[in-house]
Design a protein around this ligand. Structure first.
Ligand SMILES: C[S@@+](CC[C@H](N)C(=O)[O-])C[C@H]1O[C@@H](n2cnc3c(N)ncnc32)[C@H](O)[C@@H]1O
Length: 418
């Protein structure tokens, strides 16, 4: 068979999608285990897999509308068709390249089927969905929790490239950077750039900024300025540790992952900031003293990060959400014991599941009458954040949509009575 240009990238994308959809890996992990490709082919493979995951329900609707018998969800023919259509719709790949790189991925009968279905669809013309869909189970869950408007906004956002948010040590630096690079600043020490490409951006090596979604920068903004001895629990790779250190706190950062703590250490070195690092499982670790403030950014389903990691919507099954909730409740219970009377505890998750946010705090408060919610005070957070009636911060899809949106987040600030 003659060599087909770009086939290696498609083969790698197919393997990545299999690792994500059948084996529950993250796209990043699946991509890092695909070796031997030249960097441009590797980038193309990740782009194809990512684009496929962003548009999966709409791609399936196109495929199902063109096949007499429904193709099994995990069949190779379906995945190859999904990838081909994603390239056409999301990456603007020409028809001949779409077809030429799809057919060698399947043999025998499926090959004829893929050829037929793809030829048909391309002849008719395929377009991006006007109202992009999320996986059905996610739509049902989020419709029940947040309503139809949020589901639709999430659909619009999943197919859009998110902007790049940078956090700075000083606000003067952030404002100067925004002016020099055509960015906008939506909060103190924040700059938003339209392009999501970090490579080559000025100031990274010099440690002037770090990448941090604007929503992810909100929890640390709720740690009172006057508190000095701060525990950052589940801290790596360290976006919040850097914010806390930059604000002048003495920070102890705990994380169970040696790898991720390594990235935290590199981040601190690069930004010339300091924190005490502890590699420990927080369900077993005991500190030597109590802290003035604790930030618990708990491990979670991360469904709020679907704009950059569309696969989270396929990985976050109800059983995984339930396991996360149990761990989050346990971590919160322990963290609460390590707080000085009068101290502040901020709990956050980048999840859009109430079981990992609102419910964790409601259950905790029911068993801890010595803790109360302290809502954000005017001026503590950017104006676009409106606290919930309970005094929590809940960032949902649709917020600041025109400016590129934010990750979904839940944040609660609790104070231990003195
Ligand atoms: C949401 S991420 C933290 C992000 C971080 N706060 C930041 O701003 O960059 C959750 C972290 O929890 C850590 N983790 C998970 N289980 C843990 C445990 N039992 N004890 C300590 N850390 C844990 C993970 O390694 C992961 O780095």
């Amino acid at each position: 068979m003659p060599r087909v240009e770009g086939l290696g990238a498609r083969q790698a994308a197919l393997r990545m999608l299999d690792a994500v959809l059948r084996r529950g890996h993250t796209l990043e992990a699946a991509a890092s285990s695909s070796s031997g490709l030249a960097p441009p082919d590797q980038a193309l493979a990740v782009a194809i897999a990512g684009e496929t995951l962003r548009r999966l329900p709409d791609l399936d609707a196109l495929i199902d509308g063109s096949t007499r018998q429904r193709l099994p969800d995990d069949s190779k023919a379906r995945t190859v068709l999904r990838m081909a259509l994603a390239q056409k719709i999301g990456l603007g790949t020409p028809d001949h390249a779409v077809v030429a790189t799809a057919l060698p991925l399947v043999d025998g009968g499926p090959r004829r089927l893929v050829h037929g279905v793809l030829g048909n669809l391309l002849r008719k013309g395929v377009h991006a969905a006007k109202e992009p869909r999320l996986p059905e189970a996610v739509e049902e869950r989020w419709r029940a929790a947040w309503g139809e408007d949020v589901v639709r906004a999430a659909g619009r956002q999943i197919v859009r490239r998110p902007p790049l948010d940078l956090s700075f040590v000083s606000d003067d630096e952030a404002q100067a950077y925004a002016a020099a690079h055509g960015g906008i600043s939506l909060a103190p020490r924040h700059v938003r750039l339209e392009s999501s490409a970090i490579t080559g951006l000025e100031g990274f090596e010099a440690g002037r900024w770090w990448v941090q979604d604007l929503a992810a920068s909100l929890p640390a903004r709720l740690i009172p300025a006057e508190k000095r001895d701060v525990l950052d629990l589940c801290a790596a790779p360290g976006g919040k540790t850097m914010q806390l250190a930059a604000a002048g706190h003495a920070v102890t950062s705990v994380d169970a992952s040696a790898n991720r703590l390594g990235r935290l250490r590199e981040n601190l070195e690069r930004t010339h900031l300091a924190a005490k690092l502890v590699e420990a499982d927080a369900t077993l670790w005991e500190p030597e003293r109590h802290f003035d403030a604790i930030l618990l950014d708990a491990p979670c389903s991360a469904t709020g990060t679907f704009r950059r990691h569309p696969e989270v919507l396929y990985r976050a099954r109800p059983a995984i959400i339930a396991d996360n909730s149990a761990l989050q409740a346990r971590l919160l219970e322990r963290a609460a014991r390590w707080l000085q009377p009068g101290g502040t505890l901020v709990y956050s998750v980048c999840s859009l599941e109430p079981e990992e946010g609102e419910k964790i705090i409601a259950d905790f408060l029911a068993g801890h009458p010595d803790f109360i919610v302290e809502p954000p005070r005017p001026g503590e957070l950017p104006d676009f954040v409106t606290p919930t009636p309970e005094g929590f911060v809940r960032i949902l899809p649709g917020l600041l949509e025109e400016q590129g949106g934010l990750d979904g987040f839940f944040i609660a600030r609790l104070v231990r009575r003195g």
